[in-house]
Design a protein. Structure first.
Lengths: 349, 388
């Protein structure tokens, strides 16, 4: 890599089960103001803007165009949008900064799951000819993955319950989380997954500012330097994948340099408990690594934002001096089909 | 630190038609991608990453279809990135892919954009429900017709200019085997007699609804050196966005379009676009957008663009050919339309545009726009690599 680029600021909304009274723009605006305030930057100071969202959550075409109004794109700005989690918007912004065409970038993403039935909506992500007509929902597919892990001897239901409990317990110190504290595992939703093994459905938004080199040092006392970032996709058909493993995560981590030195913290985008088991294995994370101190996606899982939140949470810990080398992971698609890994580091103290 | 020069070494597109009932969505995109690989004499193994774009997912009824298309595009085990910037997306997708090469993240990238509009009704897909939009807007034509009327009033252009553009583009399409509309019996009188859809836009002055895909292989200097055919070199590229609606917005000649063009010209060292650029492939979904964009892009002074059209300057054998391929007026798979413009610009400087080749085209502009005239993406490609 030829240019040092860092996350210099992060902000997120409280994640709520419903936000009926707020439009997407209204949900996003406070977060944009907050992340700009952290750096003292104004919209006009930003060289590039990139966002992530999904029309299918909003239920209308071009839903991101109204969000752009909230950014205040006047005079006109250099701007782009990805139709997926904001972690990939951050990746696009990172490449833009690498070219030297920009020194600062705003990245934001948001998702309102409350207007529709999320389990049904996500079936529309599947192969439209052979799978989507059967409407297999996201929990059912995650349950297939969990059962495959149990059958392989990689985990069991008590171990999954422990992941759920640890996540919600850690979330007690996260004011933005939707589920916090001690919660019962509850009934089966789809065997072997119980209510506690599944993420809450919620609305939320997040924003990050990236800056390069000296600009990063001006804007942040301890920038979270992106030492590596990479993403990989797997086959779509679940029938050709080994659901107990995540080769795309492992390859992305390798390309991002995650295995060169141990990390002290990992923020994993594992919406279902069993997926944390898969990711820990793929990322070779030992028991000494602090996993999801924010509570992770089991405590708050705003669609299209939860991956960006993982990068933001990891960066914020570096900013605060609570981590020196953190790994952040984001996922997209059914059963961890597509995965992104970033390695963030603080300057030596 | 200098950027890696970016070259286009492979271009592929499908024969655009109203409905490709013979292929799935995966089959459609793979056809374009395979043709781009064949053109570059490359294989799937040569591709480091895939950048894919399309307009709203509702057009096919598949949420984030890139997930399902990973296998068909040989992306398994590779990075795959999905771009969506409204109508400009085909251009933006190419620029995001180009940045991966320019930043030296990857050596060779497949970029592709598509739309299979026969899976739904695009016009109503673009008509937002109340309260997001006022009733009776009925598709993009209803949105843009008042802007055309404003241009006519502002410039004093004769009523016939729009029909001249449509007549030219539909005749250019006859020379392009991939174009959707091949109206062999087209006459100016027929264009002018076609039904009025959204006053002042007539049926023959609007784009069709197409199924189609377009793909390009972008690579670095080393990749270009291995290219079996002449590469097209990216000399400049930019995106600009502004809000949909706001007090003071110039819907006829948006500032974002002017700024985007100025950025591209600065990168490419273009001081006088009319003199320095040989041809333009621009996004003209409704005929009148040719004179409007000629002004917005700096090829004519404000209010003067229609004179270039009227005097034949923009004809295929004119001094500044515009939309040699037949343009969006002849082919419009919405998500792909921007990339088709970018690809046509590259075909021209590679000297591979066949019957619609402009002799001696050395520098050609590709242009796309989207949303409410608010998202712009452009690139300028040349027959020679950038100097710095």
């Amino acid at each position: 890599m030829t240019r040092d680029i860092a996350v210099v600021a992060f902000a997120q909304t409280d994640v709520l089960r419903t936000s009926d009274e707020l439009s997407e723009v209204e949900m996003l605006m406070p977060v944009l103001h907050e992340v700009l305030d952290r750096t003292g930057l104004k919209t006009a100071d930003l060289d590039f803007t990139c966002s992530g969202s999904s029309d299918y959550l909003a239920g209308r075409a071009f839903s991101f165009t109204l969000a752009l109004d909230g950014v205040g794109a006047w005079p006109p700005i250099s701007e782009s949008h990805v139709e997926t989690d904001g972690a990939w918007a951050l990746y696009e912004a990172w490449t833009k900064l690498l070219t030297g065409e920009a020194d600062t970038a705003l990245v934001y993403s948001y998702g309102k799951s409350s207007p529709g039935s999320l389990r049904d909506v996500l079936t529309r992500q599947l192969d439209p000819y052979y799978v989507a007509p059967l409407w297999p929902d996201s929990v059912a597919l995650a349950a297939l993955q969990a059962q495959a892990l149990i059958d392989a001897g990689d985990t069991d239901e008590p171990a999954l319950a422990a992941i759920a409990a640890r996540s919600r317990s850690d979330a007690t110190s996260n004011p933005h989380a939707q589920l916090r504290g001690s919660l019962p595992q509850g009934e089966y939703v789809v065997r072997p997954l119980r209510i506690g093994d599944c993420p809450p459905i919620g609305d939320g938004a997040a924003a990050v500012i990236l800056a390069a080199e000296d600009r990063a040092r001006e804007l942040c006392a301890r920038p979270a330097w992106i030492r590596g970032i990479d993403h990989r996709i797997e086959a779509h058909s679940l029938g050709v994948r080994d659901l107990t493993d995540s080769p795309s995560t492992r390859l992305a981590a390798e390309k991002a340099g995650a295995f060169e030195r141990p990390v002290d913290t990992a923020e994993l985008h594992a919406p279902f408990t069993a997926q944390e088991v898969v990711l820990r294995k793929a990322l070779e994370l030992g028991d000494d690594v602090r996993i999801n101190p924010s509570g992770g996606a089991l405590a708050a899982n705003p669609m299209m934002a939860a991956g960006l939140v993982r990068i933001g949470e990891a960066a914020a810990r570096v900013h605060r001096g609570e981590s020196d080398r953190a790994l952040a992971h984001a996922t997209s698609g059914p059963c961890l089909q597509q995965n992104l890994v970033a390695v963030l580091e603080g300057d030596p103290r | 630190m200098s950027k890696e020069p970016v070259a286009v070494v492979g271009i592929g597109q499908t024969k655009h038609v109203a409905a490709r009932r013979d292929v799935s969505i995966a089959g459609l995109v793979r056809e374009a991608a395979q043709r781009a690989l064949d053109d570059a004499e490359s294989t799937w193994a040569d591709i480091d990453a895939v950048v894919i774009g399309k307009a709203p997912d509702f057009f096919e009824g598949v949420m984030m279809p890139e997930l399902y298309l990973a296998d068909a595009l040989g992306a398994v085990g590779k990075p795959m990135l999905r771009v969506h910037t409204a109508g400009s997306v085909g251009g933006s997708t190419a620029l995001v892919a180009a940045n991966l090469v320019a930043a030296r993240v990857h050596g060779t990238v497949l970029t592709l954009a598509f739309e299979k509009q026969s899976e739904s009704n695009a016009m109503w897909g673009l008509s937002l429900p109340i309260p997001f939009q006022q009733p009776l807007l009925a598709g993009a034509g209803g949105f843009f017709a008042p802007h055309v009327r404003a241009y006519m009033r502002r410039s004093g252009a004769p009523d016939t200019i729009g029909s001249l553009v449509a007549y030219k583009d539909r005749r250019n399409a006859l020379k392009n085997p991939y174009a959707h509309l091949h109206e062999h019996d087209i006459t100016l009188e027929k264009v002018q007699a076609s039904p009025m859809l959204w006053d002042p836009i007539r049926y023959s002055e609007t784009c069709p609804s197409s199924d189609g895909a377009c793909a390009m292989i972008l690579t670095d200097r080393a990749g270009a050196a291995r290219s079996p055919r002449p590469p097209a070199w990216m000399l400049g590229g930019a995106m600009r966005s502004e809000p949909t609606l706001f007090a003071g917005k110039d819907a006829v000649s948006p500032q974002a379009g002017k700024d985007c063009a100025a950025d591209v010209y600065r990168q490419a060292g273009i001081s006088d676009p009319r003199r320095d650029i040989d041809a333009v492939e621009m996004y003209v979904p409704f005929s009148w957008y040719e004179p409007m964009w000629l002004e917005n892009l700096g090829f004519a002074a404000e209010g003067e663009g229609w004179k270039l059209t009227e005097s034949g300057v923009t004809e295929l054998d004119g001094d500044l050919p515009v939309n040699m391929s037949g343009g969006v007026l002849s082919t419009n798979p919405i998500g792909a339309s921007g990339m088709i413009r970018f690809a046509e610009a590259a075909l021209q400087v590679r000297g591979q545009a066949g019957e619609h080749q402009v002799d001696g085209a050395r520098r050609v502009l590709g242009h796309a726009y989207g949303g409410g005239s608010q998202f712009f993406s452009m690139w300028l490609v040349g027959a020679r690599p950038p100097e710095s």
